[in-house]
Design a protein around this ligand. Structure first.
Ligand SMILES: Cc1cc2nc3c(=O)[nH]c(=O)nc-3n(C[C@H](O)[C@H](O)[C@H](O)COP(=O)(O)OP(=O)(O)OC[C@H]3O[C@@H](n4cnc5c(N)ncnc54)[C@H](O)[C@@H]3O)c2cc1C
Length: 416
C-alpha cells in the first residue's frame, strides 16, 4: 500500500483495518544472487539500491536479531555533510542529497528535519579551523556559515557564553544538516527493499562464510546454509568478528558509544548544537526529550552498555555548555558498538576474496552516511568495482598510506 494523506485518512475512517505489515518476514531460500549480512541501515539501504538501481532482486538481508536492533536504532540521529577532505566531501554531500529526497523515493515518513547543525568554537585557532572547513564546503557547493557570538546567541540564548574556561566565540552552521528519525530509516528501507523482492530475514545470524577455490559460495547461519554468488558484510560493530570468519584482520576496533534522552520538555532547542571544547552534542526529539551524547568508552568492547566514567564525562561536557541541563532528569541511556577505523573514515570495498565485499569503519558518524553508503555499496557489489564516490574508501589504504585522516570524524574527534 502506498502511503499518502488520502490513504491515512481512509484508514482512519476504516478503523485502520487495511494496514499490512511493513515488509514480508521471509524464510531463507536455498540460494541468492547477493546476500547482505546485517539488517542495519547500511545493509537495508544496500539491498534497496541493489533492487532499485541495478535490478538485482534475488537478494537476502540476514539479520541476527530484529531490524533496527543495532546502531541504526541507537544513534543520536544527526545528519550533516560538513567534511573537509576530498575523499569524504562528495560522498557525504551525496548522502545529504539522498536524505533530502528519501521520503519521496521510498514513500516513507522518516521525519527528515533540516534544522541545522551548529558546531561551536571557543578559541581563535578553532575559529580559523572552522573557517577553513566552511570555506572548503562552500568551494564544493555545500552550505556553510561562520557565525559570531551574537549570531549564535540569537539562535541558542540559553547556553553559557561566558564560561570562564570555554567562552563561546561563535559557530560553524550548516543549515541543511539536522536530524532524521533513525528507526523509521530502517523500517522505510526494509519496506522499500521488500516491495522490490528482497527477502528480509530476521533472527538469522551468520556463523560462517564458505569459500570454494578462493571465492565465496555461501554462508552458514543459525537457520542453515544459504548459498550466494556474492556476499556483502554490513555489520557495523561486528565487522572484525565477521572478517575473522575468513581469516581477515581489519584495521578496526570496536568501542561502545552511549546515547542519552532526558525527560520531555516543551520545544526548547530547534537545532543541533555541538560543544567545541569537549565532546558533547544535543538536539530535541519530536517527543520533547533532549537527545545527547559524547565520547566513546576508551576500551574495546562488544557490550551494548557504556561505562560510568564516560557517562560522567558526557554530563560534564553538557553542563559546561548548558548549565540548565543540570535540572533535568535523564530518562534512559543505551550503548551501541562502533566500528572505529584507524583514520576515522569508512571502508566500502571489495576484499581479496572473490565475491566478498566489505562495508565498515563508520565510527561515530555512519548514520548520516546511510543512503550514500547503501548507494555506493550496491554499486560496488553490482559492478564488482567501486563508484567514484567510494573510490577512496579502500581497504588497502592502511597499507599504502592513502589514509583519509580527517580530524572531526576519527577516533578522537571534536565534531560529531
Ligand atoms: C549512541 C550512538 C550515537 C550515534 N550517533 C550518530 C549520529 O548522531 N550521527 C551519525 O551519523 N551516526 C551516529 N552513530 C553511528 C551510526 O549509528 C552507525 O555508524 C551506523 O548506524 C552503523 O551502520 P548500520 O546502521 O548498518 O549498523 P547496525 O544497525 O548496527 O547494523 C548492523 C547489523 O548487523 C547485525 N549483525 C551483526 N553480526 C551479525 C551476524 N553474524 N549475522 C547477521 N547479522 C549480524 C547486527 O545485529 C546489526 O543489526 C551513532 C552510534 C551510536 C551507537
Amino acid at each position: 500500500m502506498r502511503y499518502s494523506l488520502l490513504s491515512v485518512l481512509q484508514q482512519a475512517f476504516k478503523g485502520q483495518r487495511d494496514w499490512t505489515p511493513q515488509w514480508r518476514d521471509a524464510a531463507p531460500k536455498a540460494s541468492y544472487d547477493v546476500i547482505i549480512v546485517g539488517g542495519g541501515g547500511h545493509g537495508l539501504a544496500t539491498a534497496y539500491y541493489l533492487a532499485e538501481q541495478h535490478g538485482i532482486r534475488n537478494v537476502a538481508v540476514l539479520e541476527r536479531s530484529h531490524v533496527g536492533s543495532g546502531n541504526i536504532g541507537r544513534n543520536t540521529t544527526i545528519v550533516r555533510s560538513n567534511y573537509l577532505l576530498p575523499g569524504n566531501v562528495p560522498f557525504y554531500e551525496k548522502s545529504m542529497q539522498l536524505w533530502e529526497r528519501l521520503e519521496q523515493d521510498i514513500n516513507y515518513n522518516a521525519m527528515v528535519s533540516q534544522r541545522g547543525v551548529l558546531n561551536l568554537y571557543h578559541t581563535d585557532g578553532q575559529r580559523d579551523a572552522y573557517a577553513r572547513r566552511g570555506n572548503g564546503m562552500r568551494i564544493n557547493g555545500i552550505d556553510a556559515e561562520l557565525l559570531d557570538q551574537d549570531q549564535v546567541r540569537a539562535m541558542v540564548p540559553f547556553l553559557d557564553f561566558d564560561n570562564a574556561r570555554f567562552p563561546i566565540q561563535g559557530g560553524l552552521l550548516q543549515r541543511r544538516g539536522g536530524t532524521v528519525r533513525h528507526d523509521a530509516v530502517a523500517w522505510g528501507y526494509a519496506r522499500a527493499a521488500s516491495d522490490r523482492g528482497v527477502d528480509i530475514i530476521q533472527n538469522c545470524a551468520v556463523t560462517g562464510i564458505r569459500r570454494e577455490n578462493g571465492r565465496v559460495v555461501g554462508v552458514d547461519t543459525t537457520r542453515g546454509y544459504i548459498g550466494a554468488k556474492k556476499v556483502g558484510l554490513a555489520v557495523a560493530g561486528a565487522s572484525s568478528q565477521l572478517a575473522a570468519m575468513v581469516d581477515m584482520r581489519l584495521p578496526i576496533e570496536s568501542h561502545v558509544l552511549t546515547a542519552f534522552v532526558s525527560e520531555g520538555l516543551k520545544p526548547l532547542i530547534d537545532t543541533v548544537v555541538t560543544f567545541g571544547a569537549g565532546h558533547f552534542y544535543v538536539s530535541q526529539s519530536d517527543k520533547g526529550g533532549l537527545v545527547f551524547g559524547g565520547d566513546i568508552d576508551g576500551y574495546n568492547s562488544y557490550a551494548s552498555r557504556g561505562n560510568l566514567a564516560t557517562i560522567e564525562d558526557v554530563m560534564e561536557g553538557g553542563m559546561a555548555l548548558w548549565p540548565g541541563l543540570g535540572r533535568l532528569r535523564v530518562l534512559r541511556h543505551w550503548g551501541g558498538v562502533m566500528d572505529m577505523s584507524m583514520d576515522g573514515s569508512p571502508i566500502i570495498d571489495k576484499t581479496h576474496i572473490e565475491g566478498l565485499y566489505l562495508n565498515a569503519g563508520w565510527c561515530y558518524g555512519g548514520f548520516k552516511a546511510t543512503p550514500a553508503s547503501g548507494f555506493c555499496f550496491a554499486h560496488t557489489i553490482a559492478n564488482d568495482a567501486p563508484h567514484a564516490l567510494n573510490a577512496a574508501f579502500r581497504l588497502d589504504r592502511f597499507a599504502t598510506g592513502a589514509v583519509i585522516d580527517e580530524k572531526g570524524v576519527g577516533a578522537q574527534p571534536n565534531l560529531h
